[in-house]
Write a protein that binds this ligand. Sequence first.
Ligand code: SAH
Ligand code: SF4
Ligand code: F3S
Length: 437
Amino acid sequence: MNKLFHIVTYGCQMNVHESEKIAGILSGLGYESCDDMESADIVVFNTCCIRENAENHAYGNIGMLKKLKAANKNMIIAVGGCLPQQMNKAENLHEKFPYVDIIFGTHNLSKLRDYIIEKQTRKKPIIRIDEREGEICENEKPLRTSYPNAWVNIMYGCNNFCSYCIVPYVRGRERSRKSENIIAEVRQLVSEGYREITLLGQNVNSYGNGTDDITFPELLSKICEIDGKFRIRFMTSHPKDFSEELAKAMSQSDKICHLLHLPVQSGSDRILRAMNRRYTSSDYLRKVDILKKYIPDCEITTDLIVGFPGETEEDFNATLDLVKRVDFSSAFTFVYSRREGTKAATMPDQIPEDVSKRRIMQLVDLVNAQTRAHSAKFVGKTTEILCEDYDEKRGLYLGRNEYGRMGYFKSECDERGNFVNLKINQANGVSLFGDKV
Ligand code: SAH
Ligand code: SF4
Ligand code: F3S
């Protein structure tokens, strides 16, 4: 019988895709995926440290494995991702959880294969963190788990150093993949039947910077030339680099979804400056206008932070105002989390928890009302969804439309991977319910 692996993933889409790469490495070593930790011969935690609760979540779960490891000494436990890549964190992890066998970082993920082989003949834990980014690895074969959707990295790292954010410290500097490799990967995926491709980067708008390769809008146009019916999404766009060329490129092919994730973080210019975001709220609104000029039906989603150091009631109200003006179709809302090593961690006036809590609740109410209103717009209309799964409990198939709304419907045949037109008769939060037409 083959040995079994189980991967626990925390954090962003980038990490979800990297877990597919880890799964690829493990399956290359002859392991097969299993659904629970108890039966696994190797458990990998692919961690995130963007906020304190992401970190604590991982600690809690790694801690729970102590008993399993005591009962099964041959089990291999590996911890990778952003958390150990932080300064001194790998050593801390080892002290806290001495039974963890392998600790690796974001820069040496592709060496996990060697570490596992090494571990088989070595008693002591393997703790390896590369300080430097290293070459982009082009021979990874991810074990994809989200058909008909597929993620494709176009770049790694981040140069922006937003003052609250740990990502540039744990992901290193920006580096772009060669466009020919990206295009070849997308072409291959489409020929294998994948129907939605999401291009990934911390800041896709600076794709190709510092190289003589093509720009991001040019890359999008080239990908659109690939034959076949498929959708393209991308994330994340930094507002400071969102250009008219990109809006134009988005409008020139119906393969590109009419949905843009454009994280604004705050509506207060004072806070945006302290965050080192390098745009003002009016710059942001101007970019939204440019986007709507080219794509009037484009939906916009965003990320928002409340409780950044020094945020006053006036600053917070400016965020509420901006949210009202842009009318986001949905938003991720976060309470600021102090991250050791970032500039904001040293700023005075960290906001008390009760104030942040009240603000986030107020913001969530506003965002939820907007989300519901955007969903309600689809009632009575027909919208095309890409079916991605079957919900056994509900007995319904589900999939997203190009605007990112999840649609549920009944069907007698297996619809996974199909584009299906739904006449929507009910909307509920972010979910739509309809009939196949
Ligand atoms: N590169 C992307 C997103 C990276 S992290 C971008 O620039 O948009 C995703 C989101 O997490 C960010 O947009 C931000 O809203 C939030 N975030 C990052 N650091 C945070 C912190 N210290 N506290 C709270 N939220 C944070
Ligand atoms: Fe973090 Fe800013 Fe980079 Fe996004 S752009 S990853 S928020 S530093
Ligand atoms: Fe992503 Fe978390 Fe790392 S958001 S880049 S997994 S810190």
